[in-house]
Ligand binder design. Structure first.
Ligand code: C2E
Ligand code: MG
Ligand code: MG
Length: 267
C-alpha cells in the first residue's frame, strides 16, 4: 500500500520533467485490413522511456496521471506529436492514413479541449478526420450528457468519434442506440474464447448489429489466425492486434508506410 502510494507520487513528481526531456515516447500500432494486410491507419500509444526503470507501459502510469490531472498535459503532448508526424508525412509526399489518439475522460470535463483540438489541426493544417478520437467505453457510465455535447460539437467540426473497448463495460448498447458513434472498437476480451460456441454467437451478432447500424468496426487484440478468419467470415475486416503488428516507434511506422506505399505504387 505504502509502496504503491510512493510509486504514484514518484510518477506525479517526474512526469512534467519526463515530457520536457523527451522520455515520453509515442508509439504507433498499425491497423490493418485483414483481407490484404494493407495498413489502413494506426493508434498512438504512449510509453515512458524511464532512465532507471526502462520502458514503462501506459497501464502503469496513465491511471495515476488520470487521478492527479497530469494526463491532460500528457495527452496534449501525444496529440501534438501525432499532428507533427502527419504534417511531416504530408510534406514528404506520403499518402496519409488516420492515426487515432486516446482522449482521457478528464478532457471531457475541460471546457477548452474542443478549442484545443481545433487549434492544433488548424496549426498543423491536418484535416480533423485524420485524428479519430478514441474515448473508452467506461467514460459513458455516469453523467454522460456533457460528453455527448462535446462529441457532437467535435463531429460538426469534422472529427470522428471512436468508441474504444466496446463490450468491456455495460453502457455500450444504449450508447449505440442514442448517440453518434462513427467507429466501434471491439474489445479484445470478446476474442479470447473464440473457439467456444457461445462466444462465437455473441461476436457474430455484435458484428451484425454494428454493421446494420452503419457504424465502422474494428477488432482490437487479434492475436492469431483463427480469430482473424472468424472475424473476416462474419464481416469484420479491420483489426489491430499482435498477430499483425505490435506498437512500434514512429520512425519504424513511417518506414513501414513508405515500404507499403512503395510496393503499391510499383504495382
Ligand atoms: P487502448 O486505447 O485500448 O489501446 C490498445 C491496447 O491494447 C494497447 O495497450 C495495445 O498495445 C494493446 N494491444 C493491441 N493489440 C493487442 C493484442 O493483440 N494483444 C494484447 N494482449 N494487447 C494488444 P497499451 O499500449 O499498453 O495501452 C493501454 C491503454 O493505455 C490504452 O488502451 C489506453 O487506454 C491507454 N493509453 C495509451 N496511450 C494513451 C495516451 O496517449 N493517452 C491516454 N489518455 N491513454 C492512453
Ligand atoms: Mg485506444
Ligand atoms: Mg481499446
Amino acid at each position: 500500500m505504502r509502496e504503491t502510494l510512493l510509486y504514484e507520487k514518484k510518477i506525479e513528481n517526474e512526469i512534467a520533467g519526463a515530457i520536457k526531456s523527451g522520455e515520453i515516447k509515442v508509439y504507433i500500432q498499425p491497423k490493418v485490413d485483414m483481407r490484404n494486410r494493407q495498413i489502413i491507419g494506426g493508434e498512438a500509444l504512449v510509453r515512458w522511456d524511464h532512465p532507471e526503470d526502462g520502458l514503462i507501459g501506459p497501464n502503469t502510469f496513465v491511471p495515476v496521471l488520470e487521478k492527479s490531472g497530469d494526463i491532460i498535459d500528457l495527452d496534449l503532448y501525444v496529440w501534438e506529436k501525432v499532428l507533427k508526424t502527419l504534417r511531416e508525412w504530408k510534406q514528404s509526399g506520403l499518402h496519409l492514413v488516420p492515426i487515432s489518439i486516446n482522449v482521457s475522460r478528464l478532457h471531457t470535463y475541460q471546457t477548452d479541449f474542443i478549442a484545443i483540438l481545433n487549434q492544433l489541426t488548424r496549426a498543423y493544417q491536418i484535416s480533423p478526420e485524420l485524428i479519430p478520437l478514441e474515448v473508452t467505453e467506461s467514460v459513458f457510465t455516469e453523467d454522460s450528457m456533457h460528453i455527448f455535447e462535446s462529441i457532437r460539437q467535435l463531429q460538426q467540426d469534422g472529427f470522428r468519434f471512436s468508441m474504444d473497448d466496446f463490450g468491456s463495460g455495460y453502457s455500450s448498447l444504449n450508447m449505440l442506440k442514442e448517440e453518434p458513434v462513427d467507429e466501434v472498437k471491439i474489445d479484445r476480451s470478446f476474442l479470447k474464447d473464440i473457439e467456444s460456441r457461445k462466444c462465437q454467437v455473441v461476436v457474430k451478432n455484435v458484428i451484425a448489429m454494428i454493421r446494420e447500424l452503419g457504424i465502422d468496426l474494428i477488432a482490437e487484440g487479434v492475436e492469431n489466425a483463427n480469430q482473424a478468419e472468424f472475424l473476416i467470415n462474419y464481416g469484420c475486416t479491420r483489426a489491430q492486434g499482435f498477430y499483425y503488428y505490435k506498437p512500434m516507434p514512429i520512425e519504424e511506422f513511417t518506414k513501414l508506410l513508405e515500404q507499403k506505399q512503395g510496393t503499391c505504387n510499383n504495382k
